[in-house]
Design a protein around this ligand. Structure first.
Ligand code: ARG
Length: 466
């Protein structure tokens, strides 16, 4: 047997540097499970269609099982001379069952093989990411339920704006993760067509049954255009796009963890499990996991950009450039999975300093909007008038270096004589968050309802996923 699947036309072997740039086995060996599954489906179909003999299909099937076991056991020799995973499997099959193994490649090409294998791989990755995101949502919603009434400052421009609840803040990320999962599910739906049987680019003259191989591999249907099927990497790009946005969400949260755990804020503390020390400053506790989650977004976004650039100038159909789709996608998927798991870990690990949060929530006249709202609701001012009156009261409080609720009624009445004692009921951070009962608002009751709604949904999904 010639060691090269395409050796027949060639008089000389490749230059060493050619072999190095050409071979993909160092990374595409990751696809061995998918490659073997697709070959098994193909062999069974070939036999069912009378294209190969039934007993040969059985031998092929047994040989492929042996190869699967060998690779899983680390008992398989990979060599750059054999280029990629597809040729490795076929070469080993030939050793195992003899030259009749060569019939397996009837009516297919490495072009539809790699497109099929990679779709299967990305589909598995999406399922894995979805499970991880579900777990992150659970960690967030459980913590949110626990902290539905924990008051913290809400920020705009990173300036203290209005009091919110910590639970509400965490539930914001549950929503983001929900949209991320929707994008991955959407990518999965479009991905789930089988390229197998598109052959090199034009289809095949053999009477194959593409619906049969599609069903065997749990695809919804075969792809409809052979040229598109072998050239298309949309499924990777869509997945990397969803991964990029998901990584951006995780990065924003990671940044908040870094801020909240800093000495200036002191809102949360990560345990020794999620921090590291400094080699020189003995007192340090660094939130390295959060920083790395923040950084992982860079390589994930980079992978998406790289693949878009690889594809943008390629004419139909398969071009070898497309081999460059894998390494970065593998890396990005791994990085995202790690980032999601680390984020869930930090959420479960963090301890919350409620007193520090509450104190910060009351600083910087954070309930000024509540005062303005009260002036509208109790005294019938227009919101613009109320805004003006409140501004003057804030200035007064600032001059006296007092929080709003410590101003006397007489002092407030200097600005607006109709203000009554009742206003004090609205100036604390507790009443402030309790009053935000509008749909989607930060009131503890809302947070509890939303957290419970999500937890019920996550339970249902977990039960359905088995
Ligand atoms: N290793 C190749 C890849 O990853 C497989 C397809 C090769 N096809 C070809 N015509 N050389 O893209």
């Amino acid at each position: 047997m010639t060691s090269r699947m395409w050796g027949g036309r060639f008089a000389e072997g490749p230059d060493a540097i050619m072999e190095e740039i050409n071979a993909s086995i160092d990374f595409d060996r990751k696809l061995f499970r998918q490659d073997i599954a697709a070959s098994k489906a193909h062999a069974r179909m070939l036999a069912a269609q009378g294209i190969i003999a039934a007993d040969l299909a059985q031998k092929i099937d047994g040989g492929l099982d042996t190869i699967l076991r060998e690779i899983e056991a680390g008992d398989f020799t990979f060599t750059r001379a054999l280029e990629d995973i597809h040729t490795h499997v076929e070469a080993r099959l030939t050793q195992l069952i003899g030259p009749e193994a060569g019939r397996l490649h009837t009516a297919r090409s490495r072009n539809d093989q790699v497109a099929t294998d990679f779709r299967l791989f990305v589909r598995d990755a999406i399922d894995q990411i979805d499970a991880l995101l579900r777990d992150l949502q659970r960690a967030l919603a459980e913590t949110a339920l626990e902290h539905a009434g924990t008051v913290m400052p809400g920020f705009t421009h990173l300036q203290t704006a209005q009091p919110v609840t910590f639970g509400h803040h965490l539930m914001a990320y549950v929503e983001m993760a929900g949209r991320d999962r929707g994008r991955f599910a959407d990518a999965r739906r479009r991905l789930n067509e089988s390229p197998l049987g598109s052959a090199a680019l034009a289809g095949t003259s053999f009477p194959i049954d593409r619906a049969m191989t599609a069903a065997a591999l749990d695809f919804d249907r075969p792809t409809a255009n052979s040229l598109d099927a072998v050239s298309d990497r949309d499924f990777v790009i869509e997945t990397l796009a969803a991964a990029s946005l998901c990584a951006v969400h995780l990065s924003r949260f990671a940044e908040e963890i870094v801020i909240w755990s800093s000495a200036g804020f002191g809102f949360i503390r990560l345990s020794d499990k999620f921090t590291t020390g400094s080699s020189i400053m003995p007192q340090k506790r660094n939130p390295d996991a959060a920083e790395l989650v923040r950084a992982k977004s860079g390589r994930i976004i980079g992978a998406q950009t790289a693949l878009l650039i690889v594809l943008k100038g390629l004419p139909l159909a398969y071009q070898k450039d497309m081999q460059e789709d894998k390494e970065q996608a593998f890396d990005a998927i791994e990085a995202l999975e790690l980032a999601i798991a680390a984020t869930a870990g930090m959420v479960r690990d963090m301890s919350v300093d409620k007193a520090a949060m509450r104190k910060a929530a009351g600083a910087a006249f954070s309930t000024a909007t509540d005062l303005a709202d009260w002036l509208v609701q109790a005294l019938g001012l227009t919101f613009r008038q109320a805004h003006e009156v409140t501004g003057r009261i804030v200035r007064l409080a600032e001059a006296r270096k007092l929080p709003l609720h410590r101003l006397s009624l007489a002092e407030m009445q200097e600005v607006e004589p109709r203000i009554t004692e009742a206003v004090y009921g609205r100036l604390g951070v507790g009443p402030s968050v309790a009053s935000r009962v509008s749909y989607g608002g930060t009131a503890p009751g809302n947070v509890r309802r939303e957290a419970r709604r999500w937890l019920r949904r996550l339970d249902k999904e977990a039960a359905a996923a088995g």
